[in-house]
Design a protein around this ligand. Sequence first.
Ligand code: SF4
Length: 331
Amino acid sequence: MEQKLLEIQNLTKVYTLGSVISRIHITAVDNVCFDVKPAEIFALAGESGCGKTTTAKIVLGFEEATSGTILHNGKVEDRKQKAWRTEGIQAIFQDPFATFNPLKTVDSYFFDTVRNFRLTENRRTAIEIINQKLHAVGLSYEEFAGRYPNEFSGGQLQRISIARALMTNPRLLIADEPVSMVDASLRMAIVNLFKTLRDDLGVSVLYITHDLATAYYVCDRIAIMFRGNIVEMGTVEQVLMQPRHPYTRLLRESIPEADPHKRWQTTVNLSELEHEEYLRVGCKFAGRCPNVMEICKRQVPADITIDDVLVKCHLYSESPQAEPAAAGAHR
Ligand code: SF4
């Protein structure tokens, strides 16, 4: 049987917004299912407000799911035993400068981890462990000892935050837009690092991104999210080179930049369009879809598997009512 490091089953997160008299419910994550295999880089991709970061926060334990199941190595997570979350999973944030206190030297974070996880009581051994993790990201202890965050470039600091995440020998890294605040010239060095960690250390990465170019370059499989739903999922070759879902096709052409000031938002702040799309009956993409049909406005499309690619779209439905009305629909 195929091994799954992380398995997400029917994950749902509903937020209640507004006042008592005008209360609405937004399903930010809607019955989402996917898995991450050992030594695999899996992308959750989509524009801002699609539900990808909320999904990541739930996996990390920063948010409670409304319903659904998360399995680690085939076992349902035990909320009382958070060891897998704290040691087995580590997070890489978008802004490396927000990860470190500007008044603390970066090495102090590594020594804190050595102490908190009781890795050793011997300082020389601690330095060896830290050096080993820094080497994995192309740095050395001498380069960073005693220095403050502002003494590093964004790219170097992101490497340091990845090295810090590796201190507990995690099986899975959850990286939320890890290169969006790094200089374009250094982005490939960071994404290459994920490949090296996968190939040399067997680390899996859940790569949260709006950037399909780096996702194509670094990931094995990808799930495209739109307003809480996975609308297409398969290998990056299948999904990005032969996109079936109209939203994936649109996304390939243009996608808004990630907000560089965003970290892990704890409040839901939706634009008018997002609001409207989240509350739409039927397919949530119907308002923008060039292939929209009558059925799309009243019925939620089912998940259909074609050549191992999951697609959530009436264009691929068996239903006779689902014949494409617009020219240009690809099957
Ligand atoms: Fe477009 Fe209809 Fe498919 Fe939604 S279900 S993406 S509206 S064709």
